[in-house]
Design a protein around this ligand. Structure first.
Ligand SMILES: NC(=O)c1ccc[n+]([C@@H]2O[C@H](COP(=O)([O-])OP(=O)(O)OC[C@H]3O[C@@H](n4cnc5c(N)ncnc54)[C@H](OP(=O)(O)O)[C@@H]3O)[C@@H](O)[C@H]2O)c1
Length: 332
């Protein structure tokens, strides 16, 4: 499968989402484990790595700064600003003011141990700040040589167009997978029209699509999935039944469910770049096997039907997190 384009960069079709190594799905893994999975990714030719200032309050960026430094020139390194835990508190805050973006970029450069960030995203739109102001500040960072390309995360098509008029946007990063199809409403078509990559986060539905997460009630108490409606007991039981409908296709194609889910994304559009995350080198190898899964139009249609949006039970985020999302023309 050929490389994908993100602005001026060419990347392997599957990137690597680094969040889970430090943040989100229970305690951070040990340095040894993080090093092992990152080195496996490098050896397998993965060249697009995703992090954010938010993840474990910068610890995830520090991890990448340490491990990726010797390989820096060969990689496309992406980070994000505008969503933080101020004062290391638990409550997170969206802040897209230009001065915050500038300070966040400096802090990320230091933690990432690099002179320049290849792709710098606004993690969430700050509804109190015109996107033109946030992106204007990010464009100044490009001008200053601190950032190479700009991205936006979880924005509407309208916001993308407004931002793109200020400075070319190389990528939109949004949740996109078989069970979260929202980008198909307006964002993916806008990306295709404008030549913007759609970086698909949580492409394995935070493990659901691998079929290996059977009982979310056993997740660690600090795991964020415990607060996501689709993972509550009733919804998850109903959602598990959809996975059974994938079983004949998995058998037909001789692949795993995770590979089928990633192959579906890769075949949706050449603009899509999934960034699955894992803490396990064996899972990484399995996920890369998705590149070899030959999906035809008939199989794509079957998958589209099995996971049609009204078949999936529960919203993807709880009510307070949904309020953070930029929803114009974008059904959360
Ligand atoms: N922009 C945003 O707002 C935003 C939000 C969320 C995430 N992200 C980015 O997107 C990246 C990916 O998202 P995600 O981590 O939620 O993605 P994901 O790939 O959908 O899910 C990761 C989960 O799936 C499991 N997993 C992965 N491959 C597996 C396999 N082959 N078999 C069994 N389990 C498997 C992982 O567990 P194991 O560790 O056990 O493999 C982990 O629990 C993040 O790392 C982050 O960089 C961005």
């Amino acid at each position: 499968m050929s490389e994908r384009i993100i602005g001026a960069f060419r990347v392997q079709p599957l990137g690597f989402g680094c969040m889970g190594l430090s943040h989100g799905y229970g305690p951070a893994v040990s340095d040894e484990q993080a090093d092992a999975v990152l080195h496996e990714a490098l050896e397998r030719g993965v060249n697009f790595f995703d992090t954010a200032a938010l993840y474990a309050n910068g610890a995830n960026e520090r991890l990448l700064g340490r491990v990726l430094k010797p390989h820096r020139e060969k990689l496309v390194l992406a980070s994000k600003c505008g969503l933080n835990h101020p004062d290391a508190g638990l409550a997170r805050r969206i802040d897209g003011r230009p001065e915050t973006i500038r300070a966040s970029c400096e802090a990320s450069l230091t933690r990432l141990n690099t002179e320049v960030i290849d792709l710098f995203y606004l993690h969430r739109l700050d509804k109190e700040v015109p996107v033109e102001d946030s992106v204007g500040a990010m464009a100044d960072l490009v001008q200053a040589g601190k950032v190479r390309a700009l991205g936006l995360s979880e924005v509407s098509a309208t916001t993308l167009r407004r931002a793109h008029a200020v400075h070319p946007i190389a990528a939109v990063q949004s949740e996109y997978s078989l069970w979260t199809r929202n980008p198909e409403i307006a964002v993916l078509p806008a990306c295709e029209e404008l030549g913007v990559a759609l970086v698909a986060f949580s492409p394995l539905a935070r493990a659901y699509l691998t079929t290996r997460l059977i009982d979310p009630s056993r997740l660690h108490t600090s795991d964020m999935r415990r607060h996501m409606p689709r993972f509550d007991m009733l919804n998850y039981a109903a959602n598990l039944r959809l996975l059974d409908k994938m079983t004949p296709m998995v058998a037909e194609l001789g692949c795993t469910p995770a590979q089928l889910a990633l192959a579906w994304l890769l075949h949706r559009s050449p603009n899509v770049v999934p960034i699955p995350g894992t803490t396990n080198p064996a899972h990484l190898l399995e996920n890369l096997g998705a590149l070899q899964v030959p999906l035809g139009p008939e199989q794509m249609t079957r998958l589209n039907r099995i996971f049609a949006p009204d078949e999936v039970c529960g919203p993807r985020y709880n009510a307070s997190t949904l309020l953070e999302i930029d929803t114009e023309n974008f059904n959360s």
